[in-house]
Design a protein around this ligand. Structure first.
Ligand SMILES: Nc1ncnc2c1ncn2[C@@H]1O[C@H](COP(=O)(O)OP(=O)(O)O)[C@@H](O)[C@H]1O
Ligand SMILES: [Mg+2]
Length: 261
């Protein structure tokens, strides 16, 4: 048992054990566990209201779990605030993309930057030079990422002028500003047109090849099947099944949970 636990977490980037969260009398997440292997693209599926988004909030500590343990790279993170978790390289997006409409696309990207010199106690002149250098580097990095996702022509447009799909893409692109190791994506394909869905999938595959692990909530089964090596199924807040996409596709319990609603 101990040994099994050890070997399980040694090649896992994220392991959560027995997480629970109640809202009043409703157990939105009920003793759920999940595991994401290093360098994998892992899926999280389940009917509406199964507790998937709440589980994401628990994993990233936007919501405090009532019970359970969360290990990122083998170390407990359940007592760390989200900004510290993000600094470790664990970052998430939201089901409804959180981009700021009244800022430009480039400004939204720059919001993603961290570890700026801003507050440190250097001599004023040295500090200003260093800040200017950092700003320049961040802008170059942001433009390179925007270029790679096909949004560079929109860099100076307001984010509010983007389509829903482009906004999701921008939110994903922004996570790359922090050199993430693990990205949680909540429904990256929802409300996105099929052409852009294909592009988003290609970007995810490319980022994964560069060493970034993913945990993805998605209702679009084509997306799950084409991207994920392992899939976890949640129903009514609890684990229903996990396995390869093929195993999940042929699982009677999973089918029933979706049909039963
Ligand atoms: N902040 C909240 N307060 C009260 N109930 C909530 C809250 N967030 C989610 N819920 C409820 O918890 C359950 C799980 O929701 P959610 O995690 O959004 O499911 P999913 O993402 O799988 O569709 C639902 O019944 C939902 O209404
Ligand atoms: Mg959700």
């Amino acid at each position: 048992m101990e040994q099994n636990h050890q070997s399980q977490s040694s090649n896992s980037i994220l392991t959560a054990l027995n997480l629970s969260k109640s809202f009043g009398g409703l157990k939105a997440v009920n003793n759920a566990s999940i595991d994401v292997k290093q360098n994998s693209i892992t899926g999280l599926i389940g009917p509406n209201g199964a507790g998937k988004s709440t589980l994401f909030n628990l994993l990233s500590n936007f919501l405090k779990a009532d019970t359970g343990e969360i290990l990122f790279e083998g170390k407990p993170i359940q007592d760390k605030p989200p900004y510290q978790i993000a600094r470790k390289g664990f970052i998430r997006t939201f089901q409804v993309a959180r981009v700021l409409s009244r800022l430009t696309v480039l400004e939204n990207m720059l919001l993603g930057t961290q570890n700026q010199t801003g507050e440190s106690i250097f001599s004023v002149i040295w500090k200003q030079a260093k800040i200017r250098q950092e700003e320049k580097e961040n802008k170059e990095k942001a433009m390179a990422i925007l270029e790679s996702v096909g949004l560079s022509a929109k860099a100076h447009d307001y984010a509010g002028a983007l389509s829903g799909g482009q906004r999701k893409l921008l939110e994903m692109a922004r996570t790359l500003m922090t050199n993430p190791k693990l990205i949680l994506l909540d429904e990256p394909a929802a409300g996105v047109n099929p052409t852009l869905i294909n592009q988003i999938c290609e970007h995810i595959i490319n980022w994964n090849k560069q060493g970034i692990s993913f945990l993805i909530i998605e209702h679009n089964m084509d997306v799950i099947m084409s991207l994920c090596s392992h899939v976890w199924v949640l129903a009514e807040g609890s684990n229903l099944a996990d396995g390869t996409p093929q195993q999940i596709q042929g699982n009677e319990k999973v089918l029933e949970a979706y049909l039963g609603g």
